[in-house]
Write a protein that binds this ligand. Structure first.
Ligand code: SF4
Length: 251
């Protein structure tokens, strides 16, 4: 299901992007009560050979990756290495890849030319976090996803904020975005960890309930929400890869 963004408007006011929107709504209705596995299977069927999983290999990632591995361990898994990650996250990635026998994990790094031009002193994370996320996360992912018709994210409604009303399937510009864990509760997440004896991110035991980049990750206050430690003290709550359709690829 390859959709070209430049496709002209057709008879009856139909457009390629409009069709993706309608497909997403139809899938969201059909899969509203589906299990994570059923949603991943439906995603693979809807976008044969052109489906990617996006994972941060963070504190909750193992559960989505286990569901993915149970369906097809050869599905491409895109991992955004911003070059600001904790070494513990890189080690956890390697451990999960080995444990789940994921055979196509692609580590995506920022463009060296973009870093040289816009963050030559490696200080953008302290000056303009949206711009930093832009060159280290959003643009690299947009470029990589250009080859895919659908992607899978691990977001959940219990994270709250913008995620509280997360649909199971949504449109992301010319491609479908599937959220197989949207309905999962925190308790069900922990149950899934235990049932499959999945290893935990090594920083979780130190009080980090959500782990991203070094300059933008802290421990949440006791009783805080899962993602409270991300960009602590700032209005920013998301990196931008889920803030609407990804931009057009730059390469
Ligand atoms: S989370 Fe922080 S360090 Fe990481 S890309 Fe965004 S602003 Fe930069």
């Amino acid at each position: 299901m390859r959709v070209e963004t430049t496709q002209p408007q057709g008879l009856g006011g139909d457009t390629a992007l409009g069709r993706v929107e309608r497909d997403a709504e139809a899938f969201a209705k059909r899969l509203v009560q589906a299990s994570p596995r059923e949603i991943i299977e439906a995603a693979a069927l809807a976008t044969p050979g052109h489906l990617a999983v996006v994972s941060s290999f963070g504190t909750e990632s193992a559960v989505l990756l286990k569901f993915v591995a149970d369906v097809d361990p050869s599905l491409p898994v895109l991992f955004l290495d911003t070059l600001w990650l904790f070494k513990e996250t890189l080690a956890y990635r390697d451990a999960l890849v080995s444990r789940l026998k994921l055979s196509d994990v692609r580590t995506i790094t920022p463009s060296p030319s973009a870093l040289a031009l816009r963050d030559p002193k490696r200080e953008l994370a302290f000056l303009d976090r949206d711009a930093c996320c832009g060159i280290r996360k959003v643009t690299p992912l947009a470029d990589e996803l250009a080859a895919f018709d659908g992607w899978i994210s691990g977001r959940k409604r219990f994270h709250g904020g913008d995620r509280a009303a997360l649909p199971v399937v949504e449109a992301d510009g010319p491609r479908l975005k599937f959220n197989p864990l949207a309905r999962l509760t925190h308790t069900e997440l922990n149950t899934a960890f235990a049932a499959a004896n999945l290893p935990r991110h090594p920083m979780q035991a130190l009080g980090f309930s959500s782990v991203g980049c070094v300059p933008c990750t802290g421990r949440p206050a006791p009783g805080g929400a899962v993602r409270d430690g991300r960009w602590g003290g700032l209005a920013k709550t998301e990196c931008g890869i889920h803030a609407g359709p990804l931009p057009a690829p730059e390469r």
